[in-house]
Ligand binder design. Structure first.
Ligand SMILES: Nc1nc2c(ncn2[C@@H]2O[C@H](COP(=O)(O)OP(=O)(O)O)[C@@H](O)[C@H]2O)c(=O)[nH]1
Ligand SMILES: [Mg+2]
Length: 325
């Protein structure tokens, strides 16, 4: 029996669950393209466990990819032992490098691949770049779909690196369970982050390139700004790291573990995930409605109504009422 098109996602998902990376890569490509096929993949992932998602964002060149590469190494040791759950193994993990700027994921991601090369041969680490190729709703829909898929194939942890600090990057990064904002001790870096809206979404700050001058000043500026933002039950710590030399990255992973425990114990993880899901449903609805509107506008009836308004026999709102009825 030859498999029908509708069997394809389920078959690929089974293969990906069994560890076939090519099947996983194909499924992610389907999600990037969007459309009916992507919907079938999303449906096949129904009920799958969610991975823990760590977003890593910050200006280009801050050292996100280098830091991510080092984080992989520390994460492979499992979640820290403290807390009610005790030590938990992380038997495999995925890294998604998300690039909203280039629809065909160009040079930036290639450089990232090189900087994450120390895990290239580790079969329990899956590294993939993701760009939205015509996915209706763009990356804001493709990323959650990809995360659900990675959970469905058994990834307990996903690190999501975004390339820059645009609005889309902030949106993607803040859709993580723990959002890490990477800054460097350069003049005005904290100010830039504040402008990009990064201070509000940060759960942890990392001052990377702490081997450079100006770390104390950068910390002072940042802490002053963080103190001004709304106080919650979690106070975002400011950590220092030299990713290049793997300094401070173990403390960073420990802090991610502490934040995760805080979210679980306070019940905030469930609350956050629910509101994220609500936002996703809203975006799907918006995309669907937009598609319907575009179809109306392209139709003959729409043109007739424009003519009617032009001729003075109908007002614009009345015309739209007719379209909606
Ligand atoms: N001096 C110094 N350079 C670093 C450090 N971490 C990364 N870099 C360098 O900064 C550059 C940009 O790093 P990359 O990880 O690609 O940054 P990304 O664009 O944020 O992903 C590379 O040349 C890295 O080698 C660090 O801790 N100290
Ligand atoms: Mg990078």
């Amino acid at each position: 029996v030859s498999p029908s098109a509708s069997d394809e996602p389920a078959r690929l998902l089974d293969a990906a669950r069994a560890g076939e990376r090519r099947a996983l890569a194909r499924l992610l490509s389907v999600l990037e393209r969007g459309g009916a096929e992507a919907r079938a993949v999303a449906a096949a992932c129904t009920g799958a466990p969610a991975p823990y998602v760590v977003g890593i964002t910050g200006a280009p060149g801050a050292g996100k990819s280098t830091l991510t590469d080092r984080l992989i190494g520390h994460a492979r040791g499992g979640w820290p032992a403290e807390g009610p759950e005790g030590a938990q193994a992380i038997d495999q993990l995925a890294v998604l490098a998300v690039d909203p700027s280039s629809p065909l994921s160009g040079g930036a991601i290639l450089g990232d691949r090189v900087r994450m090369a120390s895990h290239a041969t580790d079969p329990s680490v899956y590294i993939r770049s993701l760009a939205a190729r015509g996915h209706l709703g763009g990356l804001s829909l493709a990323v959650p779909d990809a995360l659900r898929l990675l959970g469905a194939v058994g990834m307990p942890l996903v690190l999501v690196e975004t390339v820059g600090v645009g609005q889309m990057e902030v949106e993607v990064a803040s859709a993580a369970d723990t959002t890490v904002v990477v800054l460097t001790p350069g003049w005005g870096d904290a100010m830039q982050a504040a402008k990009a809206g990064l201070l509000e979404v940060a759960d942890l700050f990392v001052l990377n390139k702490a081997d450079r001058l100006g770390v104390a000043e950068a910390r002072r500026d940042l802490e002053a700004m963080v103190a001004l933002s709304a106080p919650g039950s979690w106070h975002p710590p400011v950590l220092e790291a030299v990713a290049l030399e793997d300094r401070g990255v173990d403390q960073l992973f420990e802090a991610v573990g502490r934040h995760r425990r805080h979210l679980v114990e306070s019940g905030e993880l469930a609350v956050r995930r629910r509101s994220r899901l609500a936002a996703q449903l809203r975006r799907i609805l918006l995309a669907a409605v937009t598609q319907q509107v575009d179809a109306q506008v392209a139709g003959e009836r729409f043109e007739h109504l424009v003519d009617a308004v032009l001729a003075g026999s109908l007002d614009p709102y009345g015309a739209v009422d007719q379209l909606l009825s």
